[in-house]
Design a protein around this ligand. Structure first.
Ligand code: B12
Ligand code: SF4
Length: 464
């Protein structure tokens, strides 16, 4: 059986805060690489990945590539933001041949399984971690089973969903993502042009920030993580972006992973996302010695009232400590903020911008607080009648490319928030002090060229 996994052409993504940045940095579709790794380990199926985003393909080109391969099954990944394109891709597959089975998976499908299976071009949907369930579905299709009943899978004939097998608990038992299925030259990180990949040491997150839909936390053992990092280093990857929702949930675990990288003398650099309340000097020194070059912190707001309201569980003191400590140790920082959270005023936003000026992180990312489906913030907005109805559910049933993304606009309008965030972004990067600081800190001409490319993308997003 021939299986093709697809990242759709993102031509109608409903919203993307930084469209130009998305054109300079491309990330391997790690979820699909995991699915492929699993299928290649446990089956004889022929598996290929078509990443339309990294290949810069539109629908015509994707159709051409699909026709060449003539698959039996197509799997399409989808987040809510590009479900329109995912369904359009499913349509295209069915137009090429109605005998090709189409299955959708990914975060959007896990939130809206019933709304997704309703679409005529979709034969099956899978919720939660996909590896085991997709394999079971393919086996059932191969055997042409009449009634398919697999926990976590919905088909046109069986629309009773069981959440029994939603998560994979033992991540160490999973085969590694099959990185050989994509061309490494097509992927690039924001901070370097070296051979780059992404890696997950955990899935889920134990915190409950109201703007985020976190799932149950599962951790891989440091030994298992090191094995994958060693494999990546052997295959020539120089930069690894750890894509955990929060990497430093356990300090001891991070330290063990760092020690493993140091002991294996791996010549790699890595970056990750961490929480400001879970760091200490020892861990950061180990991180630096093991090649950590950048840590992103979700600080969100500098108003403690707002931080409490969105249940971020951090204090401004912790954020200041984290940025100062990273600077002392020699690790760059990226501070992420959301403007326009509940109870945030324009004065709070000004305070945030001034705080950033004072703290001087190496990078900053301002976005506006958007209400994602499945989050507490979105539920709050419906309860407080800020939204008249469940707009995301309606969108999931009939997606449009001009969907108006809901924001918390009780005190500040969306237009104003967008203006403030763009202005803040532009003013941070394009001033003499910042540019001269960056110029003196870059380690090589290659890095300078890379920073200029990324900087141009940021400028375009902030200006246009
Ligand atoms: C790393 C990450 C990013 C990275 C890289 C994204 C990428 N293209 O790889 C960056 C920073 C670029 C990013 C950007 C964005 N992201 Co993001 N991101 C994540 C994060 C933290 C981890 C994703 C990941 O690698 N997961 C691990 C892998 C193993 O899981 P997976 O991909 O979901 O795949 C598994 C299953 O879903 C399933 N599956 C997936 N596809 C398929 C397909 C088939 C056929 C089957 C059967 C199964 C299946 O099986 C896989 C293996 O178990 C998630 C959080 C999360 N909980 O997933 C958010 C998340 C996916 N991002 C989200 C969002 C909103 C965005 C942005 C729109 C933000 C923005 N800029 O405004 C952009 C969109 C960019 C884009 N083009 O996709 C949301 C999506 C919410 C939603 N309702 O769909 C999430 C869920 C965060 C959240 N909690 O809200 N993101
Ligand atoms: S915002 Fe970060 S810390 Fe909060 S729940 Fe989401 S992933 Fe976890």
């Amino acid at each position: 059986m021939k299986v093709v996994l697809i990242v759709p052409p993102l031509r109608n993504m409903i919203y993307c805060e930084y469209p130009h940045q998305e054109k300079v940095c491309y990330y391997q579709p790690i979820g699909l690489l995991y699915l492929a790794g699993y299928l290649k380990t446990y089956s004889e199926y022929e598996v290929e990945i078509l990443d339309s985003l990294a290949n810069k393909w539109g629908y015509k080109m994707l159709a051409k590539e699909l026709r060449k391969r003539s698959p039996d099954v197509v799997g399409i990944t989808a987040i809510t933001h590009y479900i329109y394109d995912a369904l359009k891709t499913a349509d295209l597959v069915k137009k090429i041949s109605s005998r090709i089975k189409v299955c959708l998976g990914g975060p959007h499908v896990s939130i809206y399984p019933y709304e997704t299976i309703c679409h005529k071009q979709v034969d099956a949907v899978i919720v939660g971690d996909g590896e085991r369930k997709f394999f079971k579905l393919l086996s059932a299709w191969e055997k042409e089973e009449e009634k398919i009943s697999i926990p976590g899978v919905l088909t046109k004939d069986n629309q009773k969903l069981s959440y029994d097998d939603y998560f994979i608990e033992e991540l160490d038992n999973l085969p590694f993502p099959d990185r050989d299925l994509v061309d490494p030259n097509k992927y690039r990180s924001m901070v370097s042009s070296s051979k780059f990949t992404t890696l997950l040491t955990s899935r889920g997150c134990p915190y409950s920030c109201t703007f985020c839909k976190s799932e149950k936390l599962r951790l891989r053992s440091p030994k298992n993580v090191i094995k994958e990092i060693v494999e990546c280093a052997k295959n020539g990857y120089k930069i690894i972006e750890i894509y955990d929702e929060t990497f430093n949930i356990s300090l001891k675990r991070v330290e063990e992973i760092c020690k493993g990288i140091i002991n294996h003398d791996l010549k790699i650099n890595w970056m990750s996302r961490m929480r400001v309340d879970k760091i200490n000097e020892n861990m950061l020194y180990l991180a630096k010695r093991s090649g950590c070059i950048l840590i992103s912190f979700g600080i969100e707001s500098t108003s403690q009232q707002v931080l409490n309201r969105i249940k971020k569980g951090i204090t401004l003191k912790q954020a200041e400590y984290a940025i100062r400590l990273c600077r002392k140790v020699g690790i760059e920082t990226c501070a992420n903020f959301m403007l326009g959270s509940p109870e945030e005023t324009e004065e709070d936003i000004r305070n945030t911008i001034n705080w950033v000026k004072k703290m001087e992180p190496d990078y900053v990312q301002y976005s506006i607080t958007r209400m994602l489906p499945g989050t507490k913030l979105y539920e709050e907005a419906i309860k407080e009648s800020l939204l008249q109805k469940d707009v995301w559910k309606k969108f999931a049933l009939s997606p449009t490319s001009d969907f108006d993304y809901p924001c918390w606009t009780k005190s500040i309008s969306k237009e104003r928030l967008l203006l403030l965030s763009r202005k803040a972004q532009r003013n941070f990067y394009f001033n003499f002090k910042y540019l001269s600081r960056r110029l003196f800190s870059v380690s090589s001409i290659k890095k300078l060229i890379n920073d200029l490319k990324s900087g141009w993308a940021i400028l375009r997003d902030a200006v246009f």
